[in-house]
Design a protein around this ligand. Structure first.
Ligand SMILES: Nc1ncnc2c1ncn2[C@@H]1O[C@H](COP(=O)(O)OP(=O)(O)OP(=O)(O)O)[C@@H](O)[C@H]1O
Length: 850
């Protein structure tokens, strides 16, 4: 058995030495290529390579004919001589690579090739794509070949092979020779047809055609009837109004730099629009009417505001509100824009928030020590078998077959009694069998569901420690595609039990003190951290015992969520727990609003739609990470706060699964006062370590058995009324520390993920007090920006001030606390409380903020 005892310093030093010597011997190539410095170096290398190629190719177009003979004769001459003779600006190297790419292969279209090297290098270096790399690659590859073939046609037709063959390259020329045999001069037809096919499939002209159709489908000129016979054509006005057709909203991921470009474009358009709108107001309509008349004007085109057409001295023409294009009418256009943004920029990738983030490696965990001796000896097995058969026999129960399965902690003996034996009789003998086996923790499962046998679990004399490293490196976990994969333990048949917390959807854990709850929680947290990127998952950690989860503090800027301005991210104070739970309820409600607005049913669909750029960040949409709330000791909270804690927990447990908020709640005392009916009803998945009485076992699992467990991570999982015995893996404090250090040392977000502010009934601590010193120093600038744009949105601050989402969100919360913007209103931008900058400046002065 692997003894689970703390390792001494000497042992650790020896391990470190051993690790050190291994390091010296083997070079970690993966690490070298994956480190941020190397990616930057490689990226720049490829960009420079691209530039070198480009310069050589362009130079070769002018100097190639002279250089060809030098390159051909390079074997006879020394490189130095060849270098002197070549005329390429990049010498013999430039001439050689150009000779291969231009002369031998692609002709002058080779000048497109370096584009891929530069774009690829940019992506490697900066983790971003200024243009979609895969799209540009396809485009370049097509034009490289197509251009070469087209030039080949020109060369062949002009009969100038000797002087012009470099423009087509060897490939284009050879293809044309084949085509010429078949089609003579008509070989241009398949060449042009290839371009046509590519253009149709690649550029998808449908949008342009539709737009063209819309443009040409201008309704009949508006006619204004005056006094029966006077007809005034307003065609010019209609044309001008056409010019003020509002632009489709354009948006892309805030991560993309190009967002600003689009914004600027949009602003330019708006600027263009305004003067035209004014012109419309002033456009005189020449109407000569003796007396005021009623005029009717059909809606013609969309204008941003109701336009007033004034006819000086005679009448005023009110163009009705119907001319304002309703938001629903934008939907179709918006979808077209979404599609083109998606084509241009590809899917939104939240992990690009932290592009250089590296997942922790299993090597951070302790080595797995194999058991020195057999887990369960043959003698032990045989002895137990005989004793079971004898004990049952002495009560008149004969057995036809017995089979043993050795698990990490217990061995399962499955027996098939002879016909006519009542199951309840065997179940009642539990105590007697335990006595005869002289073992604690015997559990009888009668009958074994779906097996047609009766199971007797007998603890092994030498139990096996399940090391966290062995389960994290297990292929099933590595390849798991669950949304929130959590390792719970090893089953009796030595398989790893992985559950999807997203489906569970919440987990209730109980166990008497010292039976392995905290280790179990740490294993769950570690498995999530090993599989999820910080952009996809946030933890809210509640630790009333103050010592169990403190190590995770280092993950604040990566994985933790907290109330704004609330100091430590790990919540230990009961009052703060109440505020955080209520804040999570607000987050849940806000997420539901966003889901409703997006017409989707759950977080997965929502995020998929957002990734496809079908949800507009300008309307408050954002990528929603999963949130896992972990409470290490519920009993303590229930004793001190009762209903105040129970109600939000029950609410979250009831409703939060669809919006990606999941709960893992542990308690030492599984009494009905702690695990109330309300809480229990909403936690279908329950896990119990050893408890002190069968009453406690029934409270948590609705069945006895947890009091028979043998401790040290031995546990029972009840899920959908199925019960599984598992051995929880072991993770020690140092391992958690190493993982947290590894992640904590990497670049993270500006701060923890900000939960919405919660104002307690007495306006208590959840709401940050208006303390000017705590405010972000960019707050006045942000306030001015919001008032200038009259738009209370976080994304505006993010974009214009180039801030991360969390910091921008915090600033908006602070602006709300000083009354510059109104409260959060779901998916719409917040109200701006000041109409102009002078009012705002006065307010900031009074508040003492400059
Ligand atoms: N899965 C496991 N494998 C081996 N040993 C374990 C395992 N889980 C716990 N232990 C042993 O039990 C000890 C106590 O575990 P843990 O601190 O998780 O208990 P707990 O239930 O959280 O207790 P408390 O409620 O008092 O905090 C650990 O220090 C470890 O030695």
């Amino acid at each position: 058995m692997a003894v689970n005892k703390p390792r001494g310093n000497t042992q650790r030093q020896q391990e470190q030495k051993a690790a050190g010597s291994r390091l010296r011997l083997s070079i970690d190539w993966d690490g070298i290529f994956a480190s941020p410095k190397s990616t930057l170096a490689w990226g720049i290398f490829f960009m420079v390579l691209g530039l070198v190629m480009e310069v050589s190719f362009v130079s070769y177009i002018f100097t190639g004919i002279t250089d060809q003979s030098v390159i051909d004769g390079i074997r006879e001459e020394s490189i130095r001589d060849a270098g002197r003779q070549t005329r390429n600006v990049l010498g013999v190297l430039g001439a050689t690579i150009s000779h291969i790419f231009v002369y031998r292969w692609f002709g002058i279209s080779a000048i497109l090739l370096p584009v891929i090297a530069v774009l690829g290098g940019w992506k490697i270096a900066f983790g971003r794509e200024p243009y979609s790399l895969s799209r540009k690659t396809k485009e370049v590859v097509f034009f490289l070949i197509w251009g070469s073939v087209l030039m080949g046609y020109v060369v062949l037709m002009s009969n100038q092979e000797s002087s012009l063959s470099f423009i087509s390259g060897g490939m284009g020329y050879a293809i044309n020779v084949i085509l010429f045999d078949w089609l003579k001069w008509g070989s241009i037809i398949p060449i042009i047809f290839a371009l046509f096919l590519f253009a149709v499939y690649f550029y998808d002209f449908r949008d342009t055609i539709e737009q063209w159709q819309v443009k040409n489908a201008v309704p009949d000129p508006v006619t204004v009837e005056v006094n029966d016979d006077a007809t005034v054509s307003t065609e010019p006005v209609a044309e001008e109004k056409e010019a003020v057709k509002p632009q489709e909203p354009k948006y892309v991921s805030v991560v993309n730099d190009t967002y600003d470009d689009l914004e600027e474009e949009k602003e330019e358009v708006v600027e263009e629009v305004e003067p035209v709108a004014e012109e419309i107001e002033e456009t005189p309509v020449a109407v000569s009417a003796a007396e005021p008349v009623m005029l009717s004007v059909e809606p013609v085109v969309a204008v941003a505001q109701p336009a007033k057409v004034s006819v000086p001295g005679v009448l005023e023409l009110e163009v009705e509100d119907t001319m304002v294009k309703e938001p629903e009418e934008f939907v179709v256009e918006e979808e077209d824009v979404n599609a083109s943004i998606l084509r241009e920029f590809g899917q939104y990738d939240p992990t690009l928030d932290l592009p250089s983030y590296q997942f922790p490696d299993v090597s951070l965990m302790n080595e797995v020590f194999e058991n020195a001796h057999e887990k369960v000896s043959h003698d032990e097995l045989e002895g137990n078998k005989t004793r079971i058969v004898d004990t049952l026999g002495s009560y008149g129960i004969n057995i036809s077959k017995i089979k043993a399965t050795i698990g990490p902690t217990v061995t399962l003996y499955e027996i098939i009694p002879e016909a006519g034996v009542r199951i309840s009789k065997i179940k009642n003998l539990e105590g007697d069998i335990a006595l005869s086996l002289a073992a604690l923790g015997i559990r009888i499962i009668a009958p074994m569901p779906g097996r047609g046998t009766i199971g007797i679990e007998v603890p092994n004399k030498n139990r096996e420690t399940v090391f966290i490293r062995s389960v994290l490196s297990n292929e099933r976990f590595q390849k798991s595609t669950y949304d929130l994969p959590v390792i719970l333990g090893k089953t009796i048949s030595n398989e790893i039990h992985i559950a999807d917390l997203a489906k569970m959807p919440h987990l209730l854990m109980a166990g008497a003190t010292g039976q392995g709850k905290s280790v179990g929680l740490n294993v769950i947290l570690a498995s999530l951290i090993y599989k999820k990127h910080p952009a996809e998952l946030k933890f809210v950690l509640v630790d009333p015992k103050k010592v169990e989860l403190t190590l995770f503090n280092k993950l604040e800027r990566h994985f933790l969520a907290k109330l704004p301005n609330s100091g430590e991210a790990i919540i230990t104070d009961t009052k703060k727990v109440i505020f955080t739970l209520n804040s999570l309820c607000i987050e849940m409600d806000q997420r539901y609003d966003l889901l409703k607005e997006a017409s989707v049913r759950n977080l997965k669909e929502y995020n998929a739609k957002f990734a496809q750029r079908r949800l507009n960040p300008e309307r408050g949409h954002r990528f929603l990470p999963y949130i896992v709330l972990v409470i290490d000791e519920l009993a303590d909270l229930m004793m001190t706060a009762g209903k105040e804690v129970e109600t939000p927990i029950a609410r979250l447990a009831q409703l939060a699964r669809a919006v990606g908020i999941h709960l893992v709640v542990a308690t030492q005392r599984p009494s009905v006062k702690v695990i109330t009916g309300l809480i229990k009803a909403n936690f279908p998945a329950r896990l119990s370590f050893r408890v002190t009485s069968s009453i406690d076992s029934r409270t948590i699992l609705d069945a006895g058995g947890a009091e028979q467990l043998v401790g040290q991570g031995d546990m029972l999982l009840s899920i959908n009324s199925e019960m599984i015995r598992l051995q929880c893996p072991f993770i020690d404090t140092r391992e958690i520390e190493d993982v947290c250090d590894f992640i904590g040392a990497q670049r993270g977000y500006d701060g923890a993920y900000a939960l919405p502010e919660y104002e307690g009934e007495e306006g208590g601590e959840g709401k940050s007090e208006v303390n000017v010193d705590d405010f972000d120093n960019l707050l006045p600038e942000a306030a001015r920006l919001i008032v200038t744009h009259q738009q209370g949105s976080t994304s505006l601050i993010q974009r214009k001030m180039k801030l991360g989402y969390n910091r921008a969100g915090r600033i908006v919360d602070q602006l709300e606390s000083i009354g510059v913007v109104g409260p959060f209103t779901g998916s719409k931008a917040r109200d701006v409380m000041f109409m102009d900058l002078s009012g705002l400046e006065e307010h900031l002065r009074v508040m003492g903020i400059n």
